[in-house]
Design a protein around this ligand. Sequence first.
Ligand SMILES: Cc1ncc(COP(=O)(O)O)c(C=O)c1O
Length: 395
Amino acid sequence: MIKVRVCQWGFKEWWILFTALVSSHKKAPERLKDRLARYFHREIVLFNSGRAAIALCLQFVRQTKKGKTEVIIPRYICTSVIETIEKCGFQAIHAPVNDELNLDITALPAFISDRTAAIIAPHMYSCSADIEAIASLSREKNIFLIDDAAQVFGVKHAGSLLGTFGNAGVLSFAQAKSIVTGIKGSGGALLISDPELKRFVDDNVASYERNRVSFSRIVEFLCVYKWRGIFETAHYYLDRIKTLLQVNKPTDDYEPRKIAYLDAAIALRQVDTFNQRYSQTLQRLAIYQRELSQLPFLSLPQIANETRYVSRFIVRLASESPKAFRQYLKEHGVASKLTYLNGSKLYDGTADSGLLELPLQDISTADVQKVCNVCQQYSKHLTDQEVVENNNVTR
Ligand SMILES: Cc1ncc(COP(=O)(O)O)c(C=O)c1O
């Protein structure tokens, strides 16, 4: 089975994990902070998650924009962002997305009101949103802008790195991103552009505890990422049994903390090797684009016009059911993933429907070609079916 993997680690990442038995990696957070500060030319604060960075920004916004209650986000987004907004006492306002699944700048002004405190603009699966235009609109309307680069690293828009627009930027190092250290609160960063926010953050984060990487998180990461198959199934059922027996301890994985030493050490390595993964990903995407762009039953919303880096590969089906396609892929040895919220429902004319995720990270170009072959077979299967149906009608 060709799997949808959630990260690409080399030998060194596994070595860092292994040596955590004897080394604390205590210097890693400071090194990572310096590395990111030099890269982004921003003040950097490291956390255990991207949502911890967003939450701190929203706490600042509560203080500085009194009486404003709404935060605008794209309608298609990771649910953790919605949960964080609500936890911070704001109402999430869901604005439409464009074909690339990012905030639609033409629709955005209609969603801004006297109640708007902030806009969170992610770059879905690493595709850049129209962040320069969003930043200029936010400045004009005096709205706090979070350039949410949780899913992307090392991509520029209008000459500047994503994450550096607006008042603050956010990175995440959890699974299926560009930089991956683990799962469930395995790291994130706040990129500060606003000096007032910097003072607020300094006053608040000093009291944060340092996160620790638990043994169970490592086991879960290995089952979900590395071994998968029977281990993933066993892990799933073990978890269900624990829930039924009520021996599942409530976890506080996302309680805001400073990044764990081990996560910082792995993140540093992932940052240093990003360029290599970037070019390997581009090679895989070039194959997908060459082989799939002519197929009539699907479109490639992220790479329709150019081959560019994405961290996850999404296709859109205009008339077929993504779930039926998923089943066909599975029967032919290709795993796929349903997308956020209800994105894998039947296409209904909106950009956030008809979607399915195909394997991209950590697979060989031969496997990319195999996935393409199965997609081409499915296309032929649909055409043959159509011919049979037409013949039945004319008979
Ligand atoms: C766009 C976006 N923002 C923020 C987050 C939150 O990141 P974390 O899981 O590190 O809290 C995510 C997580 O997937 C995300 O996709």
